[in-house]
Design a protein around this ligand. Structure first.
Ligand code: 5AD
Ligand code: SF4
Length: 484
């Protein structure tokens, strides 16, 4: 697969397309007597969230405004995820539901992009069963979305454009419409070369390409000047970041932590085979890199790890976890675990439970193995029966929930600095935020600290100290003691 930099020519084409679409929608706006709207529905990981912010940026430049939730929009983009089958099922269900919207107003546009479009079976199914979908394009060509949309508006027939090219895009050249006013998602690399045998990502996202460190640092400087408090450096495997001039992730993280203005620097995901003690040392010595490591384990059995093509052993993993606990005692470790990988025996599974007890993960994302077409694991013998997977999954969840609760319980009685994310979705007078160690905190503001001129939303992005009073399985509760 070729890896190329986005050319100036393509950017000129894209901007011309944006102008043409803008004109089209402004005349439609006059004839319909209302604003033209868009919605971008995102499935999956933070990298998809970041892509969606770029799609929104381009749609805003076209003169469209975000549609109120649950209202049909003039342009709907489904940014899909292919990591497990249930994410795909959700997309097909939702595509069925927008058919009526399209019937009601033929001018409405429906587009599908994201990882699912790189699986030919999915594209065939869209063509056959969802002919009213106007546009299908893949995640490597996000910056060309306006060009494709313009072609659809001109020709009014289904356009499917899946490329065999991996682009390196200088993200500062793509407009971004950020969802949160305090948090900036910043991809530092795209794609993955690891080919874990269960994983579709290398097929969907292409080969690893790292952005230049100077481009990233320029973007971070601009974000800090614009008032962002938290930055999240994103990549499928950030530890294998390598810029064209040989700079590594440790160099980048070190430089990022020196930029004034950021209270929190987060990064994900790390690969246990590449994480170095130097990264842990950097976390330990810096005041604004979050004291949290997301380190996907996947399995505690060396045999299963081998068949997953994860080149580390449970011993290697334990060594990294121990070093982190020693150097960052207040920190937290989260992980991803897959249950029911082909050939996983009861003994293999017990090894996973054992390591969960040894590491005491502060939180974990646990998944039932899902066979992905085209991956090596999908054709391995000994696929595990569904009932065995669900039974093991329940045991793992029960054990892990206990450790997550203990991790939260250890915070009770302490006063922690919290970066406020906004009002809780269930109770508007409760604020929510995270500690430097990524613990989720729900808290109230006592009467004497309340500022009558502020609504809950005005607290978003501010720092405060919170006294933690009680723990739940997935969060802690407390009260604000000082607004910073
Ligand atoms: N089945 C189940 N879980 C998977 N993951 C990736 N591929 C699969 C699959 N085929 C999980 C891994 C990864 C996380 C993002 O998703 O645990 O770390
Ligand atoms: Fe998938 Fe493995 Fe790459 Fe992660 S490192 S994206 S699990 S192939």
């Amino acid at each position: 697969m070729a890896i190329i930099r986005v050319s100036q020519d393509e950017l000129v084409q894209r901007d011309a397309a944006i102008s043409e679409i803008r004109e089209y929608y402004s005349s439609l706006c006059l004839s319909k007597g209302r604003k033209m709207t868009y919605s971008v529905r995102t499935y999956g990981c933070q990298l998809n969230e970041s892509d969606s912010e770029k799609l929104c940026g381009m749609l805003e430049q076209m003169g469209l405004v975000s549609a109120p939730e649950d209202e049909a929009s003039d342009v709907t983009v489904f940014n899909t995820c292919a990591i497990r089958e249930n994410a795909e099922d959700r997309l097909f269900g939702n595509l069925g539901m927008v058919k009526a919207d399209k019937k009601e107003d033929k001018d409405r546009i429906i587009a599908v992009c994201g990882c699912m479009t790189k699986i030919p079976e999915n594209v065939d199914r869209i063509k056959k069963s969802f002919p009213y979908v106007d546009l299908v394009f893949d995640p490597q060509q996000l910056h060309l979305f306006p060009v494709y949309l313009r072609d659809v508006l001109r020709n009014r027939k289904q356009l499917v454009n899946i490329s065999a090219v991996d682009y390196i895009v200088d993200d500062s050249l793509v407009p971004v419409f950020r969802k949160r006013k305090f948090r900036a998602l910043v991809p530092i690399m795209y794609g993955c070369n690891n080919f874990c045998t269960y994983c579709i990502v290398p097929y969907a996202r292409g080969r690893e390409r790292s952005r230049d460190m100077s481009d990233i640092l320029r973007e971070l400087d601009e974000l800090a000047c614009a008032g962002y408090k938290e930055v999240m450096l994103l990549g499928q495997n950030v530890n294998s970041y390598k810029s064209s001039d040989g700079k590594t992730f440790t160099d980048l993280l070190g430089e990022a932590s020196k930029i004034k203005g950021f209270n929190r620097i987060r990064f994900m995901s790390s690969h246990p085979k590449d994480i170095s003690e130097r990264i842990v040392d950097l976390i330990a010595s810096s005041s604004n890199i979050e004291t949290h490591l997301h380190l996907p384990l996947q399995s505690g059995s060396d045999e299963v790890l081998k068949r997953m093509n994860r080149p580390y052993s449970r011993q290697d993993f334990l060594k990294t976890a121990d070093y982190f606990r020693k150097m960052v005692p207040e920190g937290s470790i989260s992980t991803d675990i897959i249950v029911g990988f082909p050939g996983e025996t009861e003994e293999d599974f017990r090894r996973t439970l054992e390591i969960v007890e040894q590491v005491r993960f502060d939180s974990a994302f646990t998944f039932q193995y899902s066979a992905r077409p085209g991956t090596k694991a999908a054709s391995m013998p000994d696929q595990i029966p569904h009932e065995v997977v669900t039974e093991r999954f329940a045991r793992l969840l029960e054990l892990q929930n206990e450790y997550a609760y203990r991790s939260n319980l250890a915070k009770v009685g302490r006063t922690e600095e919290v970066l406020i994310e906004g009002a809780s979705s269930t109770a508007p007078d409760i604020l929510t935020g995270r500690t430097l160690s990524n613990h989720l905190v729900n808290f109230t503001i006592p009467e004497d600290l309340k500022d009558g001129s502020k609504s809950s939303d005005d607290y978003e992005g501010l720092l405060c100290d919170v006294l933690i009073e009680s723990a739940r399985p997935y969060s802690v509760d407390g009260k604000m003691v000082r607004l910073k």
